[in-house]
Design a protein around this ligand. Structure first.
Ligand code: HEM
Length: 264
């Protein structure tokens, strides 16, 4: 099943053009949701004003090479491994979900645009990546949902308590879960169940991409921007308008590291 392309079988009932149109519509929804969110939350204006103010406090002018090297290092390390989550389960779960989702989306686009339709070649590798991406997203996402969320791990709320901020993670999990169930039932010829899961798969995609304005979806664009700005500000000495570090050595005792933070 893992090397079967479910979109290819679906092409017997739904035209590949309609599937391609669906993907383009989802990309338009992401762009529209993010732009409207940026305008209404004014976060881009804040970001640029802050960067302009920090530039005035810069101690040195960074050359193009230096800037490029900082951007490259930030992309590979800070963004590529979500370093702000520290070392531990939270970061591992996020990395699994992040790369799983990227694999799932990229392989969906490749499968639908290049391997779906009459006489299309077989796409074993891309189908494996599609299923693998969905499985990784489920592992990282359910781990986060059931055990790592601050609401559950620190505030002792039950895992089934849902708030608006959970829209993103739940829609993401619904997409991967229903995608896998659709592929499984289709492969086993359970046609009624397969169409049920296909409908749920489509609905969860509409919620995930149509809900960008209300959800945490856009953090995948804001977070990398903020990480790059932070590292540039550290290198040019502006330190994001924060005061300079004290001369004294940083010896503050264990402080909050004395015990796990469980008192939010
Ligand atoms: C395809 C890309 C990404 C996906 C699918 C993804 C997915 C997620 C999910 C599902 C959550 C949990 C949201 C919640 O609190 O309900 C999350 C949180 C978070 N993400 Fe991402 N993310 C992506 C990219 C990034 C990037 C590039 C960064 C940073 C550079 C980042 C940093 C974070 C942080 C700091 C949190 C909060 C984690 C926590 O509360 O434990 N994410 N992300």
């Amino acid at each position: 099943m893992i090397n079967a392309n479910p979109f290819s079988v679906l092409a017997e009932t739904i035209s590949p053009l309609a599937m391609q149109g669906f993907i383009i519509a989802m990309i338009i929804l992401i762009a529209a949701g993010t732009i409207i969110q940026m305008i209404s939350h004014k976060n881009l204006i804040y970001f640029f004003n802050n960067a302009k103010k920090a530039k005035l406090n810069a101690k040195k002018e960074l050359g193009v090479g230096e800037k490029a090297s900082i951007v490259a290092k930030t992309t590979v390390y800070d963004i590529g491994t979500t370093s702000e989550l520290g070392f531990g389960k939270r970061r591992l779960a996020h990395v699994l979900g992040m790369y799983g989702t990227i694999l799932f989306w990229v392989s969906s686009v490749v499968l639908i645009f290049s391997y779906t339709g009459v006489n299309s070649p077989s796409a074993d590798i891309w189908s494996i990546l599609w299923h693998g991406g969905a499985i990784l997203t489920c592992i990282g996402g359910y781990w986060f949902w059931f055990f790592l969320r601050v609401d559950v791990s620190a505030e002792a709320h039950p895992w089934y308590r849902i708030i608006k901020a959970d829209l993103f993670v739940l829609a993401l999990l619904a997409c991967s879960t229903f995608g896998l169930l659709w592929s499984y039932t289709q492969f086993n010829g359970q046609m009624v169940l397969s169409y049920l899961f296909l409908t749920l798969f489509i609905l969860s995609n509409l919620i995930l991409f149509g809900g960008v304005y209300w959800s945490k979806f856009a953090h995948m664009f804001y977070k990398p921007g903020a990480a790059i700005q932070k590292n540039l500000a550290e290198a040019d000495g502006s330190r994001d308008n924060l005061p300079p570090p004290a001369d004294a050595p940083e010896q503050f005792g264990l402080g909050i590291k004395r015990e796990e933070p469980k008192h939010y």
